[in-house]
Design a protein. Structure first.
Lengths: 282, 319, 346
């Protein structure tokens, strides 16, 4: 259950594409086709700032594709979008990250052949030592490097990875690598973090601690959007749920209401084929 | 068995030249994971740039400038289409481009500049550098087991200082944040993009730096031999790869060690062959030695890709 | 979000593109044959044509290009098949071609008639393919050695083979057949019987490969493995058997190509295959890496461009540089080649 704070979604309509009081992302008319298949067809989409939003849906719903479109890892056929009032159109994935929207990957991309602390340092921005000319003169970037290291150690401590900082990331367990990827993404102090199936392949013992970390992000003022299959997680920590099916958004609402929505149940369980999904919702 | 020959080759200008080219390749493959199969092309661009400039009347410094600019342009030309493509596409483009340089250089079309397939003779471009030699008068000088002409001593001095400087450059850059991003790119570009880094321009920087070093190696080699397009073919690139892998990719001293060991073993095998196979005709000794180089490369890449000095945990061989 | 992604190549577009290319080529040929060709010094690497009074240099070069293209196609189709089924860019393929010529020469030197020498060479070539897969490549696949690592292994293998071939053949040029082909004039072009027979053999062999891939069970299995090895394996196809067959086929075809090329060029030497390796890569890439039919299309384009370009180039020895430029341009503009699908790239 989200904790007792003023409910940001108090006046938000529980329908697809509903407007949010303070949206950090606004997207319009996004479509993506592969050959003849339409993977994504979203009329309107808004994500509320400082909240945890879940993006759910059955397999093949287009969630991952939509996720990649928003983060710049894929290009849409049509549509526009803004992030923090900045146009997302034509933005590469690197620029999206620099603008403050970072993401993690379903198949964790911890850089196994680098140490944990080096992974973390890589996540930092504004390190002039990453410029080839500045890199040649160590004194020019030493100070920033020390700052980055201090920030990294603090984050590692928070995620309980500090004692492993000099180990190669490849030697960590799967769950630890997930935490590392999340910690690394936080190095750039983003305003929004996009998590791609954060619970995938995580053992139950780690799930609780991972959930706590994600809620803590919201407490620090970050906006979180995550794609998930794990309904337990969705019910536990999300403030708002967006449901996709067959490329479209078919429902939005608070976690409990959405689960009870017959259209959503249909999409997952596949019954009532003869009934038009969109009629049901009216 | 003449140990002096082996000692001579260890310090010879050819070894230094290849060490430079191998350090350049280390920036490409060791640090960034780029499969540059055209390093001999960079060497050729370097030596043509220098030798043509000087043989047409330019100064030594202009020659150096032209050869370095040529390398930069060649890197841009290679990198622009291919740095966004998968690894084996970069390999094929770099081989094709290096071959193109060689074919154009050796053709009759540009013969009055490049010397066609016979190339440029030493006296057409070597004098400006050789005249700077502090070891006067020109003569053979012996020191311990080493016996070289003074111009060679001078070339060796300059070449090995260049090797030391570039090894230092590699050390400094690979340990810097810039090096760190490239190591990340080597392993997973998407991960690095998701952290806000401009992957394409970083790869291009590595390509340019490594290419310039290859060109420098070419200039040194030309001074120790001549400008000969057919000596800078595909096979030469493969030798540079063998040296880098042997010594240890992504290490500071690996390329240098690789070059030294490669040439030492080459001379050693050539000396050993007539002792073990006395019936082998002399003109087949070198092909035999080179066949061993091929076997060595296979064994290296399969069983010990990190080479002698490398760290197994750091080696990445993905496209 | 980025704007407008490009559409993908549809399987139905292949014949259309091939037809368009052919039409364009025919159009260009018609226009250019009207242009009086100047007398150029023809490359010494192509058998000297009889320059009769009626010979149109342009059309003669075109014919030479088609001939060379067919030979190149025979030599390179194996390269394409290996890439398609195993993902390996085989840098030792040039030596497979040389080996064919070397084996035929050894047989001819032992007194065996040319035809039988060629048959022996083809069988020997297939055997080297079989040996390579049995001893080396299947072991590397088992150890899960990655494709780029395997590519470097093939580079090492190329170094070994070319030097062993040099030891075996010596450094001099060798002749497979002492007879000089007599060329007959057919209107604006001249061609000899040996060349015609070689071309016919190429066409038959390539048609055989096409038939194999389209109509036989093993051929269909080969195409399945090229497309998706995991899926093919799941449907019961023995991927390793298919790959072994591909290696045998590749070795045999390359050897046959080597023999015919040696006949076409009148002489051969230990580096014959090595010299055309990059032309073969250009052909296979241009046609579409992994598409055997692409090897034919690409080879014809490479052959024709190389020979016809001598008409306009400042010196004819630049023709292979033009082919290299074409290879780079292909990878720049259309990396999947003429017939390839977009997903294979990047």
């Amino acid at each position: 259950m989200p904790d007792m704070k003023p409910n940001l979604f108090a006046n938000v309509e529980a329908k697809p594409g509903s407007a949010k009081p303070d949206p950090i992302i606004v997207a319009d008319g996004i479509t993506r086709q592969f050959g003849g298949l339409t993977a994504v067809d979203v009329d309107h989409f808004e994500v509320q700032r400082h909240a945890i939003t879940a993006l759910i849906g059955p397999n093949g719903a287009g969630k991952s594709t939509f996720f990649n479109l928003l983060t710049g890892f894929d290009s849409a056929n049509t549509g526009t979008g803004t992030f923090n009032d900045m146009k997302l159109d034509g933005m590469s994935s690197a620029n999206v990250a620099r603008a403050g929207m970072v993401r993690t990957f379903q198949l964790t991309k911890a850089l196994n052949r680098m140490s944990v602390i080096e992974n973390m340092r890589l996540g930092a921005q504004h390190q002039s030592g990453e410029n080839v000319f500045t890199a040649m003169l160590a004194p020019l970037w030493r100070k920033r490097e020390d700052e980055v290291t201090a920030q990294a150690e603090e984050l590692l401590d928070r995620f309980q990875l500090l004692d492993k900082q000099d180990d190669y990331a490849g030697s960590l367990s799967g769950g630890q690598r997930k935490l590392l990827e999340m910690a690394r993404a936080l190095m750039s102090k983003p305003s929004m973090i996009m998590l791609d199936e954060p619970m995938a392949g995580v053992n139950p013992a780690l799930t609780e601690s991972l959930l706590d970390h994600i809620v803590a992000l919201k407490d620090e003022g970050m906006t979180v959007l995550f794609v998930e299959h794990d309904m337990h997680m969705v019910r536990r920590i999300s403030d708002w749920v967006v449901v996709m099916a067959q490329g479209k958004i078919i429902a939005e609402g608070d976690p409990h209401a959405v689960m009870a929505n017959p259209a959503v149940q249909d999409a997952y369980l596949g019954s009532h084929h003869d009934t038009d999904l969109f009629e049901e919702r009216a | 068995m003449d140990i002096n020959d082996i000692l001579q080759i260890i310090v010879a200008p050819t070894t230094a030249a290849f060490a430079l080219a191998a350090i350049g390749l280390n920036f490409h493959y060791g640090l960034t994971g780029l499969f540059n199969m055209g390093q001999a092309g960079f060497m050729l661009i370097g030596m043509y740039g220098y030798a043509i400039t000087v043989s047409q009347g330019g100064s030594m410094w202009l020659g150096i400038l032209i050869s370095l600019v040529g390398a930069v342009l060649f890197a841009l030309f290679l990198g622009w289409p291919t740095l966004r493509l998968r690894g084996d596409y970069l390999a094929i483009v770099t081989i094709a481009a290096a071959e193109m340089v060689r074919l154009i250089g050796r053709s009759q079309w540009l013969k009055e500049w490049t010397g066609g397939n016979t190339g440029l003779r030493g006296n057409q471009f070597k004098p400006p550098f050789e005249n700077l030699s502090p070891f006067q008068p020109p003569r053979i000088v012996e020191s311990g087991p080493f016996s070289f002409h003074t111009t060679t001593w001078w070339l060796m001095l300059v070449a090995w200082i260049a090797v030391a400087v570039t090894a230092g450059l590699f050390w400094r850059l690979s340990k810097s944040p810039w090096g760190r991003v490239l190591k990340g790119i080597r392993e997973d570009e998407d991960a690095v993009r998701s952290l806000g880094k401009s992957v394409y321009s970083l790869k291009m920087q590595a390509l340019i730096i490594g290419g310039v070093l290859g060109a420098a190696g070419g200039v040194v080699w030309a001074h120790g031999n001549a400008v000969q397009p057919d000596s800078m073919g595909r096979v030469t690139t493969f030798w540079i790869w063998t040296m880098l892998l042997l010594g240890g990719a992504a290490t500071v001293l690996g390329p240098i060690l690789g070059s030294v060991l490669f040439w030492a073993m080459f001379v050693f095998i050539k000396q050993l062959a007539p002792l073990i196979l006395p019936d082998l005709p002399p003109q087949q000794i070198e092909p035999l030695a080179l066949a061993f180089v091929g076997v060595g490369l296979i064994l290296l890449i399969v069983f010990r890709p990190q080479g002698i000095l490398g760290d197994k945990r750091e080696i990445s061989l993905d496209a | 979000m980025r704007d407008a992604a490009k559409t993908e190549l549809n399987a139905r577009q292949f014949p259309l593109r091939a037809a368009l290319l052919t039409t364009a080529a025919v159009g260009i040929i018609t226009v250019m044959s009207a242009v009086p060709a100047r007398a150029v010094e023809l490359s010494t690497e192509v058998a000297d044509p009889v320059v009769g009074a009626q010979t149109n240099l342009f059309l003669q070069n075109l014919l030479n290009g088609v001939t060379f293209g067919l030979l190149l196609a025979l030599a390179s189709v194996g390269l394409s098949l290996i890439y398609g089924t195993t993902g390996l860019s085989n840098f030792a393929h040039g030596e497979q071609v040389t080996f064919g010529a070397a084996a035929a020469f050894a047989a001819v030197s032992a007194g065996i008639p040319l035809i039988w020498a060629a048959v022996i060479a083809v069988i020997a070539g297939g055997a080297t393919g079989w040996l390579q897969d049995t001893i080396l490549w299947s072991q590397l696949r088992k150890r899960r050695v990655r494709p780029m690592q395997q590519m470097i292994v093939s580079i090492g293998l190329a170094l070994v083979f070319v030097n062993l071939l040099q030891i075996w053949m010596g450094a001099q040029r060798v002749r497979l057949s002492v007879s000089i082909e007599e060329r007959t004039q057919f209107g604006p072009v001249a061609i000899g019987p040996q060349t015609l027979i070689s071309m016919a053999i190429c066409v038959v062999a390539l048609a055989g490969v096409g038939f194999f891939l389209q109509r036989t069970r093993m051929g269909r299995a080969t195409r399945a493995v090229s497309d998706n090895p995991a899926l093919a394996s799941a449907t019961g196809i023995s991927v390793n058997r298919v790959i072994r067959l591909v290696w045998i086929l590749s070795g045999s075809l390359a050897a046959l190509g080597g023999v015919l090329l040696a006949l076409y060029e009148n002489t051969s030497d230990f580096s014959a295959g090595s010299r055309i390796l990059l032309l073969m890569f250009a052909a296979v890439t241009l046609g579409g890496l992994g598409h055997p039919f692409g090897a034919l299309v690409g080879s014809l384009v490479v052959g024709i461009v190389a020979e016809v370009s001598t008409v306009v180039l400042p010196t004819p020895d630049l023709k292979y540089a033009i082919v290299m430029g074409m290879l780079i341009l292909t990878l720049l503009v259309r990396p999947q080649g003429l017939l390839g699908k977009k997903e294979r790239v990047g």
